[in-house]
Design a protein around this ligand. Structure first.
Ligand SMILES: [Zn+2]
Length: 222
């Protein structure tokens, strides 16, 4: 099960950023067509859109890391990450090879998604660090050009823009996460969601606080 994609804001800053990203994506495609290496500019993480949408407490990610759920406020290393990495893919420290019309070649990374808003997620400093290595496991060979069918590659990691994380992962009373699917298991394992210092305790505390807030709000209504 997946839920509808998060809706985009209608704010002029967002619309300007989307247009700038679209233009950068065209320039990038031209560059690759000329045989040059993809060059990803930092425009994808423009501060205005982080503040307005991805990291906003009122936004779709509720001011939390889209991967581990930690609050982003006060984390100086929180940033946007790419779901599908736009840099050459790596598996167990080695390049990922793909078949192309020109023969086997290292996967160039999903460079054509570098500026795509649904390929971007807010993440805490730890998860940002974890994503520095461009790893993206797939059940089928990864798509290596923008004409490919992304659904066909069957991504292992969850994309919170489309996947309902609770379909794949549940939480026990102590804050530990329980995988409900193989994708959930891979997600928990890659991001160390049960092994990181204080993370299960933080989840438990957040849940209790939310419950307390709910009770308080409930009592105010009476
Ligand atoms: Zn995180």
């Amino acid at each position: 099960m997946s839920h509808p994609p998060f809706s985009e804001p209608n704010h002029p800053k967002w619309l300007r950023w989307r247009e700038d990203c679209h233009n950068e994506a065209l320039l990038l495609a031209e560059r690759v067509a000329e045989g040059k290496k993809p060059l990803i500019k930092k425009i994808y993480k423009r501060k205005a859109v982080k503040d307005l949408y991805y990291c906003a407490s009122t936004g779709p990610f509720q001011g939390k890391c889209a991967i581990c759920g930690l609050p982003l406020q006060g984390d100086p290393n929180a940033d946007l990450i790419h779901y599908r990495p736009p840099w050459p893919l790596v598996h167990e420290g080695k390049p990922v090879w793909v078949e192309t019309p020109q023969g086997p070649q290292p996967h160039p990374g999903y460079y054509w998604l570098a500026y795509h808003w649904q390929n971007l997620l807010p993440a805490c400093g730890f998860c940002v660090k974890r994503c520095e290595t461009p790893v993206f496991p797939t059940m089928n060979p990864p798509v290596a050009s923008q004409d490919g069918n992304l659904e066909g590659e069957q991504a292992v990691f969850l994309n919170p823009h489309f996947d309902l994380v609770s379909d794949h992962i549940s939480e026990d009373v102590s804050g530990l996460l329980i995988a409900r699917t193989d994708r959930g298991k891979a997600w928990i394992s890659f991001f160390n969601l049960n092994l990181r210092d204080r993370l299960p305790e933080t989840r438990l505390l957040t849940r209790l606080q939310q419950k307390a807030t709910g009770l308080k709000q409930g009592s105010q209504k009476i």
